[in-house]
Design a protein around this ligand. Sequence first.
Ligand code: FAD
Length: 538
Amino acid sequence: MTSKTYRNYIKSAQTKEARTFDVIIIGSGTGGMSAASFLAQAGKRVLLLEQHYVLGGFTHTFERSGYIWDVGLHYVGQVHIEGSVLNKVFRYIAKDKLKWEPLDNIYDRAIFGDEEYQFPRGRDNLKAKLKAYFPEEKDRISIDQYFSLLDDAQNLGSGYYLEKTLPPMLSKIVGNFLRRSTLKVSDKTTLAALKEITDNVKLIGVLTAQYGDYGLTPAKSSFYMHALLANHYMEGAAYPVGGAAKIAECIIPIINESEGIALTLANVDEIIVEDNTATGVRMKDGEALYAKTIISAAGITNTYSHLLPEKVSKGHKLDKLLDELEPATAHVGLYVGLKESSTSLALKKCNYWIYPNQYDHDKGREEYKDFNATIPVSFVSFPSAKDPLAEKRRPDRSTAEVIMLVPYEWFTQWENTKWQKRDDEYKALKEKLAQQMLEQLYRIAPQLKGKIDYYEVSTPLSTRHFSQHKQGEIYGLAHSPKRFRQKFLRIHTPIKNLFLSGQDVMTASIAGGTMSGLLCASTVLKENLLWTVNKAIK
Ligand SMILES: Cc1cc2nc3c(=O)[nH]c(=O)nc-3n(C[C@H](O)[C@H](O)[C@H](O)COP(=O)(O)OP(=O)(O)OC[C@H]3O[C@@H](n4cnc5c(N)ncnc54)[C@H](O)[C@@H]3O)c2cc1C
């Protein structure tokens, strides 16, 4: 991969010409990389700026003591299904270099107390499993109705997303019409939609056992988000061969082919706006870089609250728009290194959602008042088991990850302290969290007791430090019914030549981020890149 640090690049680019590009993209997550690849393949000279020391946003990986973990990619749906839109889009943006390894047929397992509910690949298989778990006639009918609701959401068409690419004037004319049918579904909470078909709390708990994938409990999340997620994983899931970092490894050379470049440690301080037109970016060290088109894929909160000059943001009342919405959940993570292979430890290529004996997710979260309360949900996965290259690279090692969803507010007392320089109280809290997460890990993999060689805990402050998401939010803006009503979550901004990409424009997930890049590049190029993809990838 050809990327440079910002400091090295700027030293060698002393003229304004050398600092001028066709497109500058802020943020190298899937939203930024996908837009960059499309634009580079259309011949644009792209500058991709990333404040972290590695590229990839939440798809970056990190290494400690010879172990490698991913951060924000555990499984992706659809990519492994030949001919699916996402499969074709990834083939296009990575020029067929990225390969995907399917997870086990049972790709998700939900554990409630002592009971396990399996999520198999395939619509009929899932339906049959659910009916076997809930054999009563009225539940079997509810399950059929549930699948009809998912189908209805799937068949809403692309009007809602098309509207996001329209220039504001056109959107004013046809926008409401294009959004109308989706809003009917997105206005309902997941719980409200499911309550129309069942009053079985246990069934609702199992149907929404993957709610951590969008971070909001059934009473708070939009049913549209739930349906998107459930449909996304209907045919199972896959993992990038070589790990999540392969995505950046495959895409960055494509940017280079059009004389563009990706820079790390490139912290953008401000988007330069003159006469309501974006003309470049000012870096933290005061240097300026220029382009005709600026794309922010750094998250909408970062863009409108921090990167735009205050006068511009306030002038367009963008600060007020954001006040209406809440950030998504924060999380703590445990990264575990094991000195034995995935095969010998019998680690499965699947994820686990672990619950106490509590099927009411809203109640579980409400009762999670502090670190001593019952953990409402945790997530466990084994990256080394999913990646076919992991064992070849490191034959005697394997990795595990545990995630718990926590409120950011529990960490605000350390907000203004520095990474790796925090006090003993913080360190003790991290150790307490580590022990809690290890306990969750041993619930589903007791064979790992005594095998742990290394572990490390991340907190919402780590997310804030490495990704700049100021409340440690892992999915951008919370996926509530209100979010889906917001017209300002779109590619165009009120500032000329400034566009948005990333999960806030579409929805959280690798798929959402990647498709936002397609919409963004389509808008900039004024061409439908889905047609381009369909023509290029048969
Ligand atoms: C713990 C976790 C687990 C997840 N698991 C999955 C999963 O299994 N499957 C799935 O589909 N999705 C998963 N997701 C969600 C998925 O990772 C995200 O929705 C998606 O990657 C978001 O992409 P993005 O490009 O919008 O944002 P990001 O990846 O956050 O990229 C934004 C980038 O902008 C950079 N940036 C911010 N400010 C500046 C600045 N001023 N200057 C320069 N750069 C800046 C940041 O450093 C960051 O790299 C997970 C997320 C997390 C956190």
